[in-house]
Design a protein around this ligand. Structure first.
Ligand code: MN
Length: 749
């Protein structure tokens, strides 16, 4: 096989690129690409001019590589843009042509693809740890953006591996390792079995030449035996299917070298211990035929228990479909049979490329509704079933599944996965908090960048640190994109800058409170502060300020909590005050006074400053009366006596209750207050004169005095102004002594 490989290279060497291109054109014509031939030829001519004079390691013109890669793309079933891009795939990287040159001649789509291939070419894969491989594969997918970039890159790698014989031993090994760990798994993910097998076998040839030779020599030695075995089994199956009238094509093959190699190592077997070297494939027209054939095979040969797998009803993540069974032939040799339809076969061989072709011949670029679903499997296949939301994948035929991630390298070659838009700050903190906290600069691909540089896929990022670094700045919180970096920065501020944080947090909170019409002093009260600190889990008000200062708590959130607490505390006070009316009045007055609430008309209304106050006409309270406030609709708070009938017989309910407020008299009263009295007396002449005389003697300010006769009974209404309840009581006592007066009552009670 090795010799065959070398023959192939020799054959290529002998070929003129023009001759190779002529063969390619034939293939294109046969494949229905005749309409695109002109464009493809233009690409060939451009590549020819651009690569003029360049030679490959084997001495052939560089252009032969471009044509060979294009031909592999045709074999994959890719579209004309892919073939054009494949011919041009190295012109940006290896010649003087630029992106703009390509875009001008062949359009932005082709230029983007060629540019994408070049970017993948530039990625350095050295020193990648095993556990980084998955990230690296994702990075390549993310960088590719267009799936065709990956497909062309696989074609490129395939041709380079086929022609690896002329490279140095070192290069053979490193390229083979890359191929085995990156490109073969990618091909597998994309469902391209044929490319995967070839990449694996070519790599193995350089990675373990001994092991490779052992297997190929064994196979060669056994070949006559294996071939006669395979043709006899093939013949038996064919005869039986003919008999049953099933239209089928039957193929047999020796399993590929690397799969035998892996089996030998995994099961620690010698070559003689590996039985199923042969595999048979039966390809039929319909799914029912698949199961019919399965039944016939099991009838002809003894099935090995536990080896039957139905990937038709349950496809593999990469959309592979077939039924597999292992049976034991007449010679006692086990072999595997795969049964599938032609559609399934095409998907198995070419994977996403097959679907790509289907896509291109099925109406071009226009994504109709439902097409996303058709390609949902692509996402599954790429992500190994990890992601489920297929909605936006394949939008405009782009791979944007990694749009929210960016993959970069550390200088050691580790692949670091960060959120899209991440900056060197995110990178530094991802490496270690210490790296972030001591960061003094960053380099990307060897060039110094600013901290807000947006990292690109494939960037090599280097963080410069210093022991004497002053630590992160607060701006970093805005620059960092990842939550983990921000958390670490906040932690640093929390620990390192307490004093500064307290001052800063205090200022921020004061600012925020001001927007809410409050001051820091308004919330210093233990009653307000203690529950808030407890609820937010801070030991002291300084802790609270510090938290606001380093960003652990927003000033807005703290201010809102405090504002609510102020309002809540006012409400609670009202309820308790109403319960303990008599003894609470004075204490409330003091409290109210301490809180600098301004008295209006000598009345303090809890929780409200400068509100509109009016005295009810029903009970006309005076200073000294226990009072209560009622929030009127649109006319401020009306003040009632607590023995007012309107208060005592008030309707109850949450809404009504909420309208009654705790109010109290201010300690210093300067105004006089209007109040009303009702006297009941025996009607006699001179009664009103006597009452007026008493009031006059007491120097009372009488507003109105009227008397009504209700059948021998006189009702006298007096409206007067007093400064206090004490004064009123004196007046009432004197009036009660007027002859004929039976009752002196305040109105409203
Ligand atoms: Mn190339």
């Amino acid at each position: 096989m090795e010799e065959k490989q070398e023959n192939k290279i020799t054959a290529h060497q002998l070929l003129d690129p023009d001759v190779m291109y002529a063969a390619l054109e034939e293939k294109l014509r046969a494949g229905g690409h005749a309409a695109e031939l002109e464009r493809i030829r233009a690409a060939y001519d451009t590549a020819k001019a651009a690569h003029e004079g360049q030679k490959r390691k084997d001495g052939s013109p560089y252009l032969t590589h471009c044509v060979a890669v294009a031909e592999i793309c045709v074999d994959f079933g890719l579209d004309a843009d892919s073939v054009v891009s494949a011919l041009l795939h190295d012109v940006i990287e290896d010649t003087s042509m630029t992106y703009d040159d390509v875009a001008r001649q062949f359009g932005a789509v082709v230029a983007d693809i060629v540019d994408g291939v070049s970017k993948l070419t530039r990625v350095q894969y050295t020193n990648i740890e095993d556990e980084q491989m998955e990230n690296l594969r994702k990075m390549l997918m993310a960088m590719a953006k267009d799936i065709r970039v990956i497909l062309i890159k696989i074609a490129d790698r395939l041709h380079n591996m086929r022609t690896m014989a002329y490279q140095s031993t070192d290069k053979q090994r490193s390229k083979s390792l890359e191929t085995m760990e990156i490109y073969a798994p990618l091909a597998h993910r994309l469902g391209m079995q044929r490319a995967k097998w070839e990449l694996e076998d070519l790599s193995l040839q350089y990675l373990d030449p001994e092991g490779y030779r052992e297997i190929t020599q064994y196979l060669e030695q056994k070949m006559p035996q294996l071939e006669s075995f395979m043709s006899s089994v093939e013949e038996r199956i064919r005869a039986r299917l003919n008999e049953e009238g099933i239209n089928a094509s039957i193929f047999s093959r020796i399993k590929h070298v690397y799969s035998i190699y892996r089996k030998m190592y995994a099961q620690k077997l010698s070559m003689d211990g590996i039985f199923d070297l042969c595999a048979f494939r039966v390809i039929v027209d319909t799914i029912p035929d698949c199961y019919n054939v399965l039944g016939l095979i099991h009838d002809m040969f003894k099935p090995v228990p536990g080896r039957f797998k139905d990937y038709i009803s349950t496809p593999k993540p990469n959309m592979y479909q077939s039924v597999h069974t292992t049976v034991i032939g007449g010679e006692g040799i086990p072999f595997e049979v795969q049964i599938r339809t032609w559609d399934m076969h095409h998907t198995a061989e070419y994977g996403i490329a097959a679907h790509w072709k289907y896509k291109m011949t099925d109406g071009g670029n226009s994504l109709r509704s439902g097409d996303e679903d058709k390609f949902a499997w692509v996402r599954f296949l790429l992500e190994s079933q990890q992601e489920s939301d297929a909605q936006d994948f394949f939008h405009n035929l782009k791979i944007d599944m990694f749009a929210d991630e960016v993959f970069v390298f550390s200088p050691k070659g580790d692949v670091i996965n960060l959120p899209a838009g991440a900056t060197p700050i995110d990178f530094a903190y991802m490496i270690h908090s210490d790296v972030g906290n001591h960061m003094v600069g960053a380099k990307v691909n060897g060039r110094i960048v600013t901290y807000d540089y947006t990292l690109q896929n494939g960037d090599i990022v280097e963080i410069r640190t210093s022991k004497s670094a002053t630590g992160p700045s607060r701006d970093w919180l805005n620059v960092a994109k990842s939550g983990s970096a921000r958390t670490k920065i906040k932690q640093w501020f929390k620990k390192e800058r307490r004093e500064e944080n307290i001052v800063r947090g205090r200022d921020m909170l004061a600012d925020e409170l001001r927007h809410n019409g409050l001051t820091l002093d308004d919330v210093q009260d233990e009653e307000i502060l203690a529950p808030i600190l407890k609820r937010l889990c801070y030991g002291s008000v300084d802790d609270l300020y510090a938290a606001i200062g380093y960003g652990g708590l927003t000033a807005t959130r703290a201010a809102n909590r405090l504002k609510d607490e102020v309002a809540r505390s006012a409400k609670t006070e009202k309820k308790t005050a109403l319960d303990k009316v008599s003894e609470a009045a004075e204490r409330r007055e003091q409290q109210a006074a301490r809180r600098e609430v301004k008295a209006v008309h000598g009345v303090l209304v809890a929780g409200l400053d400068n509100c509109l106050v009016k005295f009810s006409r029903c009970c006309t309270p005076v200073p000294g009366d226990p009072i209560v406030g009622f929030i009127t609709r649109g006319q401020g708070v009306s003040i009632h006596r607590q023995d007012c009938q309107n208060y005592l017989k008030r309707p109850r309910g949450p809404e009504e209750d909420g309208r009654w407020l705790s109010v109290s008299w201010a300690s210093q009263i300067t105004d006089s207050y209007t109040t009303s009295l009702v006297l009941l007396a025996k009607d006699r002449s001179g009664l009103v004169m006597d009452i007026a005389t008493v009031l006059n003697a007491l120097n009372a300010k009488v507003r109105t005095l009227s008397a009504r006769d209700t059948g021998g009974q006189a009702v006298v209404h007096i409206t007067l102004e007093v400064r206090s309840l004490a004064e009123l009581r004196t007046i009432m006592g004197r009036l009660a002594g007027v002859p004929g007066v039976r009752e002196v009552n305040r109105s409203g009670s």
